[in-house]
Ligand binder design. Structure first.
Ligand code: 5GP
Ligand code: MN
Length: 316
């Protein structure tokens, strides 16, 4: 099957004609993945549809405040979900873990990642949208649904987490307009920033330990932190760690390399200039120009070597 690049109107039509919808997003879910899927699920239920969010991963505890987050399911082995549409948001369908085993339903993919190369499914891709939540907001307007304070809270959270509270280069005038409207629909920005930035004492202790692993490379242009197997045992979340070293004035690229399991290592990359989505793609990953990531199916040391070698093609 060839892919079909949809307009927003066509996307809205596909959603309207479905009755039982499984909604999902990427593994290692962030505020945008959870905010966009939870908002979408509430919208679908407003239309009287059967809708359920499944995420094949642990959920970050600082996002526990998101309305309806407790209803998100993680698929059990051999579980099935009777759906006529699989809505994949904030990623191409190759990063949704085991969700594909739940249903054979046709996929509708809504994303804002420039690296989304989905060539087989229906795709609505808007790479200039700061967050998937920005697209879901537009879709709400297209569908003519009521944006409740709960839906607004989910959408606003995705926007602030993907833009670093409107600080990153993906922030556009549209982002601010959408956010302003969401505040009119009942969002409390101070409450959301307090919740999103909440950390356990242990997480702050992990920050200290992680900072101690910092290494500087390529004439101070690159900074990295290393959550190896030992340190990974005490880490609950690596969210935000990379931002701690991105601030160094000489640094262009900051990264965190994290041990996940044997021969499973994740890299999270941030930049101020260089295109890290291109660098991540060279290592089998993807993302955005200034925020990207990839997964290595190698030992931790090997992953570190590959990452530094690839970065070396851009810095010397
Ligand atoms: P993070 O570093 O926060 O995990 O990811 C940064 C951005 O890159 C996010 O938008 C995320 O979805 C994307 N990203 C992270 N890892 C991967 C990956 O392995 N593949 C792709 N395609 N995108 C990724
Ligand atoms: Mn996103």
């Amino acid at each position: 099957m060839k892919s079909l690049k949809l307009t927003l109107q066509e996307t809205a039509m596909k959603i309207k004609t479905a009755e039982k919808i499984l909604v999902t997003a990427h593994i290692n879910p962030d505020g945008d993945a959870l905010g966009s899927t939870l908002a979408m699920c509430q919208v679908l239920r407003q239309f009287g549809k059967i809708a359920q969010v499944y995420i094949d991963d642990k959920l970050p505890t600082n996002l526990n405040f998101l309305p309806h987050i407790n209803e998100i399911k993680r698929p059990a082995e051999n579980e099935k979900f009777d759906a006529d549409l699989l809505l994949v948001i904030d990623t191409a369908p190759d990063r949704i873990g085991s969700i594909r085993n739940l249903t054979d339903a046709q996929i509708l993919n809504i994303d804002h990642h420039v690296t989304n190369k989905n060539e087989t499914d229906d795709l609505y891709l808007e790479h200039t949208a700061a967050a998937a939540c920005e697209i879901i907001f537009k879709l709400c307007k297209e569908l003519g649904v009521k944006i409740t304070p709960d839906i607004a809270t989910c959408l606003y959270t995705g926007i602030v987490t993907d833009t670093g509270f409107f600080n990153y280069s993906n922030t556009t005038p549209t982002t601010f307009r959408v956010a302003a409207e969401l505040v009119e629909y009942g969002v409390k920005p101070n409450y959301i920033s307090e919740q999103v930035e909440r950390r356990k004492l242990n997480d702050v202790k992990v920050m200290i330990a992680a900072l101690q692993t910092m290494q500087i490379y390529f004439n101070e242009k690159v900074a990295g932190m290393f959550i190896d197997e030992e340190l990974s045992k005490v880490v609950d979340t690596t969210e935000g760690l990379v931002d701690l070293i991105r601030v160094i004035d000489t640094v262009d690229v900051a990264f965190v390399l994290t041990y996940k399991a044997e021969n499973l290592v994740r890299a999270s990359l941030r930049s101020k200039g260089v295109n890290v989505s291109e660098i991540a793609q060279k290592m089998g990953g993807g993302g955005h120009i200034r925020a990207a990531g990839c997964t290595f199916h190698t030992s931790f040391d090997e992953a570190k070597n590959i990452l530094l070698q690839t970065l070396g093609e851009y810095f010397d």
